[in-house]
Structures are given as C-alpha cells and as structure tokens.
Design a protein around this ligand. Structure first.
Ligand code: EAX
Length: 328
C-alpha cells in the first residue's frame, strides 16, 4: 500500500485578512462533498471554514462533511433544494440535466491548460454560468477544481483507443462522458462516485477516470494496477448554497460567503495543482503502472473523439464552445 504524505505537502492556508463582518443572528452551515478527507477539495473547505468563522467572529459556523456522508453529488444538491443541507460543491458533470451549459466542461480536450480553465471560470463565461445556476433552489457562488481526469483500470496498460476494447469503464452520470468512452471503444456505465470503490473492488467495472489527486485520496490504486495520463476532460467543482438558507442570511453574510468561496477556489486550485504531479510520482513509486502518453498518442485519442463534438455542438451551443476556444 501507498503511504502518501500528501498532507504534509499541502500549501499552507493564506492568512485570513479583511475586516470582521457584523450582522444580525447566528448561523450554521453544513458543507458536504463527495471526495474524501485527504483530497485537495476538503483542504479547500477547511480554508473556507476558517475564513467564514474568523470574519464573522464565530457567528457563522461551518461544519464539514466528506466522502458523500450527507449524499453523493446529486443527492447533496437535492438536499440543498429541500433545505436539509446548506452547502455542497459537486463536479459540474452530474448537473448537466439541470444546467445544460455545464456540458461544455464535459467536452474532451477543450481546456488545453489550467490557465485557460481559470480564465474561463473566473471570467465572463464562468460568472454568467454562476448566475444561471442560481435558480431551482440553489445559489452558485464560486468555482474550484476537480481537475484533469486520468484513466485507471485493473486489466491492461492503455496507450491507444484500441486497448480499451471491452473494458468496463465507470463514468459520472453524464451523457457526454458515456459518449466519449463508447466512441473510444470501451463499455461505459454511469454510477455515483459513492459506489465506485466497491464496484472497482468487486470487478463490476474494470476502470474509472478521475484526477490523480482523487485516485490517491480514494485509494483507487489499491484496486487499479494501470493508469494512463490522458488529461481528457477538465472538471470544475461548483460551490453551491441552498437558496432557502441564503434567503435567511443578512446581505453582509451573503457577501462574506461569496468572498470566502472565491478565496477558497483560488487556494484549492493551487493545492490541486501543487499535488497533482507529486501524487502521480507517488503512485508510480508505489508500483502503479502509469502510461504517460506522448503528444502524438494524445492526438490519436483526440482525433477519435472528433465525432463527440459533431454530436453535441448544437445542443451545447457552438458559440459557447468557440468562445472558450478563444480564451488563452
Ligand atoms: O465529487 O464522480 C466523480 O468522479 C467525481 O470525482 C465526483 O464528482 C467528486
């Protein structure tokens, strides 16, 4: 087994600055996520908690839950809508049914660098998406990242699409992801993240895809011998608040949560990116067979996936796709 020392390599929390925020009342936020306590996301949440509690002088308390303790991505969102949970930060992919524009994040190889992702999320497009996702009982207040997804499996090194033939790959509950893996020749099946480890362990599926940090934090390396550095999709996390809770908050605290979500997003992305390569190395040293694809090998995947763009372009909106391609 791997003894990752990721925790000790985490970039420290930036100092919490800014004035104390005064407003009426005391509030409690339960904030639940799908990933585990040792990932970048949870570390980001700890920083969020610190900012909110310090600036509110303890009048707004944040209690953290990880590993889908209060529901997987979709369940947690529905708990926000019914008002039984205050905050969550799911991957955008399972939410495409509610917010169709999020599908743009599921297109393969659309975000060539983390900087492009930042400029989209922190620019006009990301801002507009937060506004559009602030309905149906939700208020969207910020972006963080799950990151670039990599393929793992229990059977064979994957260097080209042909190697995927017959492999059962778990995907997020998202039609474009299903389309991607079908187009590549695999046999994809959608499943909630909370069920994934057991499904891999029992051989219900042969493989899955997630960022290195999630592969490590969820111990997928224990049941997956092979990995390929495909970087095929960049997945953001969106920070969501229950509208029922939000509407009870004084404007000062709403503003505080918005700022804290922004600062968390900047910090969490830094943690995610700092740990990404370190963790890949650790996984390698622990004996995982990691295939680092050359640009030419990546191109083979990319070309094979061209039909996915033809299939989804109109539904997602060609203009949106093109505007992202223009971001550098
Ligand atoms: O909350 O389902 C997944 O593969 C994601 O990593 C999950 O959204 C994390």
């Amino acid at each position: 087994t791997l003894h990752a020392n990721a925790a000790t390599q985490m970039p420290p929390f930036p100092e919490v600055t800014g004035d104390k925020v005064e407003a009426d009342g005391e509030y409690k936020i339960k904030f639940s996520i799908g990933t585990t306590q040792s990932g970048a996301q949870y570390r980001g949440l700890e920083y969020f908690e610190k900012i909110v509690e310090e600036r509110s002088g303890g009048d707004v308390q944040v209690e953290l839950f990880h590993s889908a303790q209060l529901g997987d991505d979709l369940q947690a969102v529905s708990n926000l809508q019914s008002g039984t949970l205050e905050m969550t930060a799911p991957s955008t992919s399972p939410l495409v049914g509610m917010f169709p524009e999020f599908a743009v994040f599921d297109l393969p190889f659309l975000f060539p660098t983390p900087e492009v992702a930042d400029n989209v999320l922190d620019g006009e497009i990301g801002q507009r998406m937060l506004e559009e996702a602030s309905r149906q009982g939700l208020v969207a207040i910020g972006w963080a990242e799950n990151g670039y997804r990599q393929l793992t499996n229990s059977e064979t090194p994957v260097k080209e699409p042909a190697d995927l033939e017959g492999l059962k790959i778990r995907t997020m509950q998202n039609d474009i992801h299903l389309d991607i893996w079908r187009t590549l020749g695999a046999n994809p099946t959608p499943m909630s993240f909370a069920e994934l480890f057991t499904a891999l362990e029992q051989g219900v599926v042969d493989g899955q895809e997630n960022p290195w940090i999630t592969i490590e934090a969820s111990k997928f390396y224990e049941v997956q011998d092979y990995a390929s550095e495909t970087n095929h999709v960049y997945t953001p996390f969106i920070t969501l608040v229950s509208a029922r809770f939000w509407d009870r908050l004084p404007a000062e605290y709403q503003q505080l949560l918005r700022e804290a979500a922004k600062e968390m997003g900047e910090y969490e992305r830094k943690v995610s990116r700092t740990l990404n390569d370190q963790i890949k190395q650790e996984l390698k040293e622990s004996g995982m067979n990691i295939t680092e694809l050359s640009p030419e090998q990546v191109k083979v995947f990319q070309e094979k996936l061209a039909p996915v763009y033809d299939e989804w372009r109109d539904e997602i909106g060609g203009e949106l796709i093109d505007s992202i391609r223009q971001v550098s």
